[in-house]
Write a protein that binds this ligand. Structure first.
Ligand code: MLY
Length: 265
C-alpha cells in the first residue's frame, strides 16, 4: 500500500545513509534458515547463560528461530539467529562432558528432571547439525558513525526488528535509537552485537521489519544530501531541523493507551 515502509524512500526523505554492511557482525549473504517448527536443539538459557538446555523451535522468522525451553512456559520465548553461538545440535553438550540442565523456572519437581529429559527427547525431531551455521567474524574495528541507519532488534520486544539510527559512538559501543519512538527503547551495545543488521536485512531474510514509530518526528539530517537532491529555490528547501510528520495513527495509538473509565450501571 501507499503507507508501506520502503528504505529507499525513507533514506531519501531523511537525507541519511545505511551503515555499510562491513560494520556489522552479520553474514553479507544472510544464512539460510532450514529449521522446521518442532525441531529440538540445545540452547543457552537466556536467563542463566551458563546452563545449556533443550529448546524447541516454536517459530521461524527470517534468519531467526523462535525458541522455547523444554520444561519452561510459553512466556519466556526468545529469538536466535541460525548462526548464533548460543544454539547447537542435541548431543553437543554430552560430547563435551556437560549435562543438559532444567531451565530457570522449571515447573516440576527438580527430581523429575532426568525422566522429563528422557521423555522430551524420546521420539523428537532433532535439528541436524548442518542447519547450524558458523558465526561470522567480528569486524576488526567500530566503523559506525552517528546518523547511520540500520535495522535493530527492540530488546524490550525482541521479536521486533525496527528502523533505527546510530545516536552516539563511544569506543566499541554504539547507541541504537529507534526511529519515530521517544527513546524508551534505545540502548547501548557493542558494535559487533548480533542484534543489529544492515538496511535491507529483513527484505533479504523474509523477516518482518516494523515501520518507524509515529511518536516523534524523524530528524532530517543536514546539508550533506541536499546536493544530491534536485535543485530547488533556496526558500523552498526543507527545514534542516525536524520535519513534523503527524499521522492520524499517532492519535489512535496514544488514545488506545488510555484505559476507558469503568461504567457502573
Ligand atoms: N506495545 C508497545 C510496542 C512498542 C514497540 C517499540 N519499538 C518498535 C521501538 C508499545 O506500543 O508501546
Amino acid at each position: 500500500g501507499l503507507d508501506e515502509f520502503h528504505w529507499e524512500n525513507y533514506l531519501k526523505e531523511t537525507g541519511s545513509l545505511g551503515a555499510p554492511s562491513e560494520c556489522f557482525r552479520q553474514s553479507k549473504v544472510p544464512p539460510a534458515n532450514e529449521f522446521k517448527v518442532g525441531m529440538k536443539l540445545e540452547a543457552h538459557d537466556p536467563r542463566n547463560m551458563t546452563s545449556i538446555c533443550v529448546a524447541t523451535v516454536v517459530g521461524i522468522t527470517g534468519a531467526r528461530l523462535r525458541l522455547r525451553l523444554d520444561g519452561s512456559d510459553n512466556r519466556n520465548d526468545f529469538w536466535r539467529l541460525v548462526d548464533s553461538p548460543d544454539i547447537q545440535p542435541i548431543g553437543t553438550c554430552e560430547k563435551e562432558g556437560d549435562l543438559l540442565q532444567p531451565p530457570l523456572g522449571y515447573q516440576m519437581n527438580a527430581s523429575s528432571w532426568p525422566m522429563f529429559l528422557l521423555r522430551t527427547l524420546n521420539g523428537s525431531e532433532m535439528a541436524p547439525a548442518t542447519l547450524f551455521k558458523k558465526e561470522p567474524p567480528k569486524p576488526p574495528i567500530n566503523n559506525f558513525k552517528v546518523g547511520m541507519k540500520l535495522e535493530a532488534i527492540d530488546k524490550k520486544n525482541p521479536y521486533m526488528i525496527c528502523p533505527a539510527t546510530i545516536g552516539d559512538v563511544k569506543g566499541d559501543e554504539i547507541y541504537i535509537t529507534f526511529d519515530g519512538w521517544s527513546g524508551a527503547f534505545d540502548y547501548w551495545c557493542k558494535y559487533d552485537c548480533r542484534d543489529i543488521f544492515p538496511v535491507g536485512w529483513c527484505r533479504l531474510t523474509g523477516d518482518v521489519l516494523q515501520p518507524p514509530g509515529t511518536q516523534v518526528p524523524v530528524t532530517k539530517s543536514i546539508a550533506k544530501t541536499q546536493s544530491s537532491l534536485p535543485k530547488a529555490a533556496p526558500h523552498s528547501m526543507p527545514s534542516p531541523q525536524k520535519t513534523a510528520i503527524i499521522l492520524p495513527t499517532q492519535q489512535i495509538r496514544k488514545s488506545s493507551r488510555i484505559k476507558p473509565p469503568l461504567h457502573t450501571s
